[in-house]
Design a protein around this ligand. Structure first.
Ligand SMILES: [Zn+2]
Length: 210
């Protein structure tokens, strides 16, 4: 029986909810009913997903990305060069962490030993140095039981990159998992090498398994 990974309540037909791995407002259609209960899902949507939408709004407009659940409407005018709103950085960090936890539980359905609490993520940096040239979303998840680390690299629209430390007590199997998503065409992209920035992990961790 699946459980909500935030509050640990058992998921059943009365409290299930569709949780998008990457928020639908960023154009992603990948979702699962085995991640969050409706209460946690709605709270997260209210409190943190909105902040991530505001943060990404310049690129959402620039690339004319439509939310996954709404019909296509008249295209927005591109507005390249719009400065990023940063007033809700803490909320943005939490939304990024939630995306990483979503991806982990969606792919692995295994518990995380002592996960970083959802409300207190460790954001290690915001990078603009190593980013892809196309407006794709990337999630790279690396788990190493020898180093006891579960970390992720998240890139949005090929414009903003985040390192997230999900656990420092990771004891599950070694994993190295990649998701690349094209929010303009609503599809996963296969056969792409992971971003060069992830080589940094190789110098830190040992025992990665491909
Ligand atoms: Zn819950």
């Amino acid at each position: 029986m699946a459980r909500c990974y935030s509050c640990n309540n058992t998921l059943h037909k009365n409290n299930q909810s569709w949780e998008h791995i990457i928020p639908s407002a960023l154009g992603s259609s990948i979702k699962s009913r085995r991640l969050l209960c409706r209460t946690c899902n709605e709270a997260a949507g209210r409190e943190i997903d909105k902040a991530l939408y505001d943060f990404c709004k310049p690129w959402i407009l620039q690339y004319q990305v439509q939310p996954a659940r709404s019909a296509r409407t008249d295209p927005f005018q591109p507005c390249p060069g719009t400065p990023l709103p940063v007033k809700d950085r803490e909320q943005v960090n939490r939304a990024i962490s939630k995306t990483c936890f979503n991806f982990y539980y969606w792919k692995n359905r295994a518990p995380i030993s002592e996960p970083t609490p959802l409300l207190c993520p460790h954001l290690l940096g915001l990078s603009t140095e190593f980013l892809a040239s196309r407006p794709f979303h990337w999630i790279v998840l690396l788990g190493d039981p020898l180093c006891k680390l579960l970390v992720a690299y998240v890139e949005l629209f090929g414009e903003a990159g985040f390192f997230v430390r999900l656990s420092t007590h990771y004891t599950e199997r070694a994993i190295r998992q990649l998701l690349v998503y094209d929010p303009c065409n609503k599809q996963q992209i296969g056969n792409l090498p992971e971003p060069a920035v992830c080589r940094v992990f190789d110098q830190v961790g040992r025992g990665w398994h491909h």
